[in-house]
Design a protein. Structure first.
Length: 301
């Protein structure tokens, strides 16, 4: 079973504008729609599009809770298993024009009782299950989340970390299944001279697989077979980079479940990331398959 966790999900309100947005003036959109947002949720949705069921953990509450759940209902393979809280799930406004503008809310406070509820759910995962912790963790919960993840790793749950660098750094010696990070986060985890140097250091410190997404345009992968690189974008007609890294994680896990071939799973994951970058929304199976044929993996000496 694959489970994802989004500590601070968002109800994303998309507004599209024909003209550039002008500060201090009334700007009227020509299209509006809502999506269930959050990095872990993105992983679950792409896995749904690939036919893989997941449980979605995290926190939901307030008047936005029911509407958020209703948006997930269209994904038959996403099984909501949220912890309900008193605070309101945040609403993020995504303004699409010539240049995109995001207005992201802070999100609700998570009580100790709610965190204990999540921890109990995660403790019920079995050996060999996959648990994807994706997205920012509030600073006041870092100790609780680190302890929860440490317990899971020690129970032989395959933990994928795409969260605060401080949490990743603390858990490296526990040998997590995969670390997904970015160049800026990488420097907060290890001292390094380059992205490749940093990714290799994280691997040497204990992570089984290391994935670094560089400005959403290319990805570096380190495993026991060596260091590899893939170009995620090949032209300027990118639609949106939102969810590119999340899609990469989803594609890797789907392929790895089937083949246990890390390098081909990296290739398939990158095809998912590319498909999302060139889509309005997250990658679909049809678009992923078309990008897989074009995706080339280069080994770095």
């Amino acid at each position: 079973m694959i489970c994802t966790c989004t500590m601070n999900p968002s109800l994303d309100y998309y507004m599209e504008f024909d003209e550039p947005i002008e500060s201090g003036k009334v700007n009227r959109s020509n299209l509006e729609y809502y999506e269930a947002g959050g990095k872990g949720i993105n992983v679950s949705i792409v896995l749904n599009n690939l036919g893989i069921p997941t449980k979605a953990f995290g926190f939901l509450g307030g008047f936005t809770k029911d509407f958020y759940i209703s948006l997930l209902a269209k994904y038959e393979n996403v099984r909501p298993n949220f912890t309900y809280i008193d605070g309101h799930t945040r609403i993020n406004v995504k303004c699409g024009a010539k240049e995109n503008t995001d207005l992201n809310a802070t999100g609700p406070y998570i009580t100790a009782k709610a965190m204990d509820n999540l921890r109990r759910k995660v403790s019920m995962l079995y050996e060999g299950d996959y648990f994807v912790m994706a997205g920012n963790t509030p600073e006041y919960l870092e100790v609780d989340v680190t302890d929860m993840l440490r317990e899971s790793i020690r129970e032989n749950v395959k933990v994928v970390l795409d969260t605060n660098p401080s949490i990743v750094k603390e858990l490296l010696h526990e040998k997590p299944f995969m670390i997904k990070t970015t160049p800026s986060e990488l420097k907060q985890i290890v001292d390094c001279d380059s992205v490749i140097d940093g990714a290799r250091k994280i691997y040497e410190l204990g992570a089984r697989y290391v994935l670094v997404v560089c400005d959403n345009t290319d990805a570096i992968f380190v495993c026991k077979e060596g260091t590899y690189q893939v170009d995620l974008t090949k032209e300027d007609k990118v639609v949106s980079f939102v969810g590119t890294g999340d899609s990469l994680i989803a594609g890797f896990l789907m392929n790895y479940l089937r083949s246990k071939d890390a390098i081909d799973s990296f290739r398939f994951g990158c095809s998912c990331g590319s498909a999302t970058a060139y889509s309005k929304g997250l990658a679909t199976r049809e678009k992923i398959d078309s990008f897989y044929k074009l995706t080339e993996v280069d080994k770095i000496d």
